[in-house]
Design a protein around this ligand. Structure first.
Ligand code: G6P
Length: 608
């Protein structure tokens, strides 16, 4: 949330800052700005809205200077207008900030009493004034930054430049991620390695509490106690190539269509094609002996955790507690000795998920992370990393990350079940066969795009939409509703089909589309069908997603049916996620919203 970048280079920094910011735009796009040091003075350009607007402003009024910082904002405190846009600056210092300064009110009062005049509603501006105060007290820039950092409560990643200093930038990390990039005679700071990838693949990730002093000659890192610290410089795997839409109208559509191939890539790294057994990395405990799993995540990844609960409980007979990270981290949940805690995250940077993982570690749990970004904080801190091979996901609404998360979790559940002896060799082989067929089945699902496109026309007229599912597809219903809300701004709810009569049924009339996710998988299917009859009896417009057997068994009455391939119930949540993604996508197109960058959202949520 909020992307920051800093460059100490040889050429004008502003165009490079813009290039880096574009690669960080997934972190927020409310406003953007850059600041440089020009002839010893701080100068800056800022603009409300997307980075393209800042770029246009720079074209009108170019900003020279070879040292600079940039920011793309996801607003926390203060409206997303130009005044509140970063960098925040005084005559002596400019800063960009990702995070929240919790004690900003008391600091602001203190500084106002000393004569500082504030011009924004943000928490971040206080950092610039606090550093200025220490500079005014004759501290050096390095000292002033350290003094100010020591007074901040909350979470931050920061980049700071100073008037009169053409070869000094200070960075700091507490809570939010920050990377330092090493070029040839040039140095960089950025929220992630992807932002810096056009210029360098040599990256050092700051650790919690670190401060870094960067000059063109290199970087010196200090730990939270102020002692010089060694931090490894790694070779990043991030590509410097700009990720394109490959001819698709939106990143989201491209990512929906990439699912057959990225699920295949993910499966290839977990399933041995010869023995048809599942390969897992070495673990510091035996999965056969795990008594309980705690699964924690946010947003779409949370729904992946919910699906995993059904799989682990059904297949491996292990009880699973599932929680959203923001609740889990403050609940002080007692965790069992020898327990496993599972964290699922596309970005690997979600602040609540990271904090929840640290809590679980403190409680002696073995932490397993299912992550898409291998160099992320969560990946670096987890005991065991199970990567998803989705590739960069740019659309803010998660699609391919979700289905690859499910793919990895299915592999983990099957392997655990086999180790515990709760499924036999034959069942394992069946399940793995079903999984390895998912890419081909996903291709079939995508052929329904046109039909779903036509249905979306009506859904776009609705004020409320209900999604119903049962069992492992109850989370699919939740995910379908989330996708629709995120990108079309239509109110939607995902409900367990059997729970609908305890409330949401009151919403049903002929204006409310009801999307039913109901693969024909035995008892649960029959129960869902009964619940859908209750909807139709009240005039609800049912869109019924099932396979041919299910549609036949359901009989007439639905406004529309979509016949998906008949698959093993294990893999249905992976495949049924795809039509609900496509429905949300086309509905959003009819509504004319910004599909890839929906309002108020950001892809990497590094504030709690
Ligand atoms: C944000 C994104 C969602 C994502 C969630 C968790 O809300 O918009 O798409 O599911 O964060 O993100 P993570 O990176 O931890 O999976």
């Amino acid at each position: 949330m909020c992307g920051i970048i800093g460059i100490l280079g040889e050429e004008p920094a502003a165009p490079l800052l813009i290039e880096g910011l574009k690669r960080l735009e997934y972190r927020g796009y409310d406003s953007a700005g850059v600041a440089t040091v020009v002839n010893g003075a701080i100068d800056r350009r800022r603009a409300e809205g997307r980075i393209a607007r800042l770029e246009a402003r720079l074209a009108e009024a170019p900003l020279p200077g070879t040292i600079g910082i940039g920011h793309t904002r996801w607003a926390t405190h203060g409206k997303p207008n130009e005044t509140n846009a970063h960098p925040h600056a005084t005559e002596r210092v400019a800063i960009v900030h990702n995070g929240i300064i919790e004690n900003f009110r008391s600091l602001r009062q203190e500084l106002e009493a000393l004569g500082h005049r504030f011009s924004t509603e943000t928490d971040s501006e206080v950092i610039a004034h606090l550093i200025t105060r220490y500079l005014d007290e004759q501290q050096s820039p390095r000292q002033a930054a350290a003094s100010a950092l020591a007074r901040l409560d909350g979470a931050f990643a920061l980049a700071i430049i100073f008037a009169g200093e053409h070869d000094l930038m200070i960075g700091a990390r507490r809570g939010s991620p920050l990377a330092v990039g090493y070029g040839r005679g040039e140095m960089f700071i950025g929220s992630d390695a992807m932002a810096l990838a056009p210029w360098t693949d040599r990256i050092c990730y700051l650790e919690e509490g670190d401060r870094v002093e960067v000059t063109r000659a290199g970087a010196t890192v200090f730990d939270g106690e102020g002692h010089p610290a060694e931090r490894e410089i790694r070779q990043t795997v991030q590509s410097g190539a700009l990720i394109g839409k490959a001819g698709y109208r939106h990143f989201m559509l491209k990512e929906i269509y990439e699912q057959p191939s990225v699920i295949g890539d993910t499966l290839r790294s977990y399933v041995n094609p010869v023995t048809r057994a599942i390969w897992l990395p070495a673990m510091p405990l035996s999965l056969a002996e795990v008594g309980r799993i705690t699964a924690v995540a946010c947003g779409t990844a949370y729904y992946a955790a919910m699906v995993a609960k059904y799989w682990f409980e059904r297949l491996a007979r292990i009880p699973v507690d599932v929680d959203v990270a923001s609740e889990f981290r403050y609940r002080e949940a007692p965790l069992p000795e020898g327990g496993v805690a599972l964290f699922i995250s596309q970005s690997g940077e979600t602040a609540d998920t990271l904090a929840a993982m640290r809590y679980a570690k403190e409680q002696g749990q073995t932490t397993i992370a299912v992550v898409n970004v291998p160099e992320s904080s969560i990946a670096r801190e987890a005991d065991v990393v199970l990567p998803t091979l989705a590739g960069p996901e740019i659309g803010v609404a998660s699609t391919k990350a979700y289905t690859t998360q499910l793919t990895v979790l299915a592999c983990l559940a099957i392997a655990t079940a086999r180790l515990r002896g709760t499924i036999d060799q034959r069942r394992q082989a069946e399940l793995i066969t079903a999984l390895t067929e998912v890419p081909a089945r996903a291709v079939e699902v995508l052929t329904h795009d046109d039909v779903i496109h036509r249905l979306a026309h009506d859904v776009a007229e609705a004020r409320d939409v209900l999604y119903l599912g049962r069992g492992a597809n109850f989370p699919t219903a939740m995910e379908g509703a989330l996708k629709l809300k995120e990108i079309s701004y239509i109110h939607a709810e995902g409900y367990a089909a059997g729970e609908m009569k305890h409330g949401p049924i009151a919403l049903i009339d002929e204006t409310v589309p009801v999307i039913v996710i109901a693969p024909s998988d035995g008892v649960v299917f029959d129960k869902t069908v009964s619940n859908v009859q209750e909807v139709m009896a009240r005039g609800g417009k049912v869109i019924f997603l099932s396979d041919r057997d299910g549609i036949e068994a359901f009989g007439p009455g639905a406004s529309a049916t979509i016949a998906l391939p008949k698959v093993d119930p294990l893999v249905a949540p992976i495949l049924y996620a795809i039509p609900v993604q496509i429905l949300a996508y086309h509905t959003a197109i009819f509504k004319g919203t910004d599909v890839d960058q929906p309002r108020n959202l950001a892809k990497s949520v590094t504030v709690e």
